[in-house]
Design a protein. Structure first.
Length: 144
């Protein structure tokens, strides 16, 4: 499994601190800002294979798997990379139907996104992750 600096720091946090601790976490490469991980967020589903935690930055607060901190980037079929891995982890978390964690936005990822969009309030089930869907995936559809 490939780990980013943020994910590795979160694993260390989980191993060393009580479940409700707050600690400084090194941001993923290119993030350019310090962040905080507050406790650990676990889904009841055993299907998720990603560590998910709550991150707070200067402008946003929400769930992350440490691959990307995107909020306003449109990601859809044909895209690839860490943003897609982040989407794959977050959809696993919410709907518990893991797609392949390969960083490719193929048919399985598109269906997982549609399932998450249908399950979370405030999301249009179009299979594309834009600002509204990022918000849903990071906050369970709750607006701040």
């Amino acid at each position: 499994m490939r780990w980013t600096a943020s994910a590795a720091a979160a694993v260390a946090l989980v191993a060393c601190l009580p479940a409700l601790a707050t600690a400084q976490v090194t941001p993923a490469a290119g993030a350019g800002e310090a962040s905080h991980a507050t406790g650990t967020v676990h889904n009841e589903s055993a299907a998720s294979r990603c560590l998910i935690w709550r991150r707070t930055s200067d402008n946003y607060e929400g769930l992350t798997a440490g691959y990307s901190w995107a909020w306003n980037v449109v990601v859809g079929p044909g895209d690839s990379g860490d943003r897609v891995r982040e989407i794959q982890c977050l959809t696993d978390f919410w709907v518990g139907e893991p797609s392949l964690l390969d960083g490719d936005y193929g048919p399985a990822t598109e269906q997982a996104v549609r399932d998450a969009q249908a399950a979370l309030p405030g999301c249009a089930a179009d299979g594309v992750v834009g600002p509204d869907t990022w918000r849903c995936l990071r906050d369970g559809g709750q607006r701040r």
